[in-house]
Design a protein around this ligand. Structure first.
Ligand SMILES: [Zn+2]
Length: 490
């Protein structure tokens, strides 16, 4: 596989989170009775006129700004003509030569993965986004769960006219993992600014990949294959990996490739031909005569920009600078906006950002996962986790005790103070009491004492363990260490 270069470009369709469709007032609600949310406009009845949904433009602008695109002051809606049963008008309203936004420069973090799929080393990579334009979705053909599906196709037009942002990149990706990291970046950014739910399983984020290979050093691109039916980011990564291998093997064995569209089959773990390029459509785009040009003022763009939250990458960098977190830790905390908000509240209230990060990442996330909740629905409010951290920092309870307290807080909803009081968990920090325990332990272990004094220093840990045990886990380990050093000298 060496000596080859992989070239990948990506197209993402993201459903914008509006209440109503892009050119009519019908609801965009998911899962309603088929064809319940339709009207003359989205059914494509003659004479019905589209009216642009302002909210779709606002959310499109949020998406464009979050991905580093420039918003055009004027864009034109165009008819993309093709025939398919789920498209009653015979054309889709989209944008063509004057898109809503273009020329994006986006920095993402990416990493190669080891055999087990773990990232090896994160590095930044700049991706050029060609355009983000607005368009309407088509309906859906239904072939399952209805009578006589062997003879009939059913059509549900609830999705027809739902607003989409189509996001197209330059062929800038050189590996399947770069593509994977980009799609996850886009998903997180769209969710973060509230532009889209970007949930691939619900179908409100779909992606297609254009894949080709060429010999290293070649300027000309190889034959390109378009991959569709990629229902998760992981499937997309696998499909690209499969295609790259197929291309290289075909070319190295003297075969040739044809330009075609292929589908990923996630049961067989392979791609197969959907249609060859000869059947490709000529869409005969022309400007949509029923919609005026979309004019977006600088004021409008500025207003949208000001209403946007701090973006995940900015926030990650701030966590590193302001709170002294590592890149990996900060990245994990900004993987979800509610988690990042939660962390900041705990860090602020406890005055110990490092501990806040550690407790959230190592203990709390495990509880979230087990309970299937996100940070904004945490049974432990941020101020309560902060209170727990303070109890440790003040030496009132040990870190080990705190782990059990946290699990209890999560289950019972009680505060840390209540649990500590109820269970009598107060950490023993009184030096004279600890000294007394140490004396007992030394007296009970004369042989170990002699060995230690004879130079076997590894026995120090044994004594620490014995003292902690004698205190029933309550003794402050720091003080035990300090006092033992003194006492064992004799
Ligand atoms: Zn409608």
């Amino acid at each position: 596989m060496t000596g080859w270069e992989t070239i990948i470009g990506l197209e993402i369709h993201a459903q914008l989170s509006t209440e109503s469709k892009i050119f009519c007032g019908c609801s965009t609600r998911f899962g309603d009775e088929p064809n319940a949310n339709t009207c003359p406009v989205c059914l494509g009845l003659p004479g019905a006129l589209p009216v642009l949904n302002r909210r779709a433009v606002e959310l499109g602008a949020r998406a464009a700004l979050a991905l580093g695109l420039q918003i055009n002051h004027q864009s034109i809606f165009a008819r993309k003509n093709y025939f398919y049963p789920d498209l009653p008008k015979g054309y889709q309203i989209s944008q063509y030569d004057q898109p809503f936004s273009a020329n994006g420069t986006l920095e993402i973090m990416t990493a190669d993965r080891d055999e087990a799929g773990h990232p090896i080393e994160w590095r930044p990579k700049t991706i050029q986004i060609t355009r983000l334009h607005l368009e309407e979705d088509a309906g859906k053909n239904v072939h399952e769960g209805l009578p006589d599906v062997d003879r009939y196709s059913y059509i549900d037009l609830n999705r027809a006219g739902v607003p989409l942002a189509e996001i197209v990149t330059e062929p800038d990706f050189r590996s399947s993992w770069e593509a994977y990291d980009y799609v996850n970046h886009v998903r997180r950014s769209l969710q973060w600014v509230g532009a889209s739910e970007a949930d691939m399983e619900k179908g409100n984020l779909r992606c297609e990949a254009n894949v080709s290979v060429r010999r290293k050093g070649d300027q000309k691109f190889g034959t390109k294959v378009e991959l569709k039916n990629l229902n998760s980011v992981r499937f997309m990564q696998r499909a690209i990996e499969f295609e790259v291998r197929r291309h290289i093997e075909t070319l190295e064995s003297g075969g040739s490739l044809r330009q075609e569209t292929r589908l990923w089959d996630d049961r067989a773990l392979e791609t197969r031909t959907m249609r060859s390029k000869e059947e490709a459509h000529d869409y005969r785009y022309f400007p949509e005569p029923d919609l005026p040009p979309l004019i977006v003022s600088s004021d409008f763009i500025e207003k949208v920009r000001k209403s946007m939250p701090e973006l995940p990458e900015q926030r990650r960098n701030r966590f590193i600078d302001q709170h002294g977190l590592s890149f990996a830790d900060a990245s994990q905390l900004v993987s979800d906006k509610s988690l990042a908000d939660y962390f900041e509240k705990v860090a602020e209230r406890s005055g110990n950002a490092r501990a806040a990060s550690n407790w959230i990442r190592s203990e709390l996330l495990r509880e979230f996962e087990a309970a299937g909740v996100s940070a904004d629905a945490s049974p432990i409010p941020p101020e309560q986790l902060a209170a727990l951290i303070k109890l440790i920092d003040d030496g009132k309870i040990s870190g080990k005790q705190a782990k059990d307290v946290l699990v209890d807080m999560f289950k019972s909803g009680k505060t840390a103070e209540t649990i500590v009081a109820e269970q009598g968990l107060v950490q023993l920090s009184d030096t004279s009491e600890i000294d007394a325990l140490i004396d007992q332990v030394i007296e009970a272990n004369p042989q170990q004492l002699a060995s230690y004094r004879g130079g076997k220093e590894t026995l120090f840990g044994f004594f620490v363990g014995q003292v902690i045990k004698a205190s029933k886990g309550k003794a402050n380990p720091k003080i035990v260490n300090e006092r033992l050093k003194v006492k064992l000298q004799g």
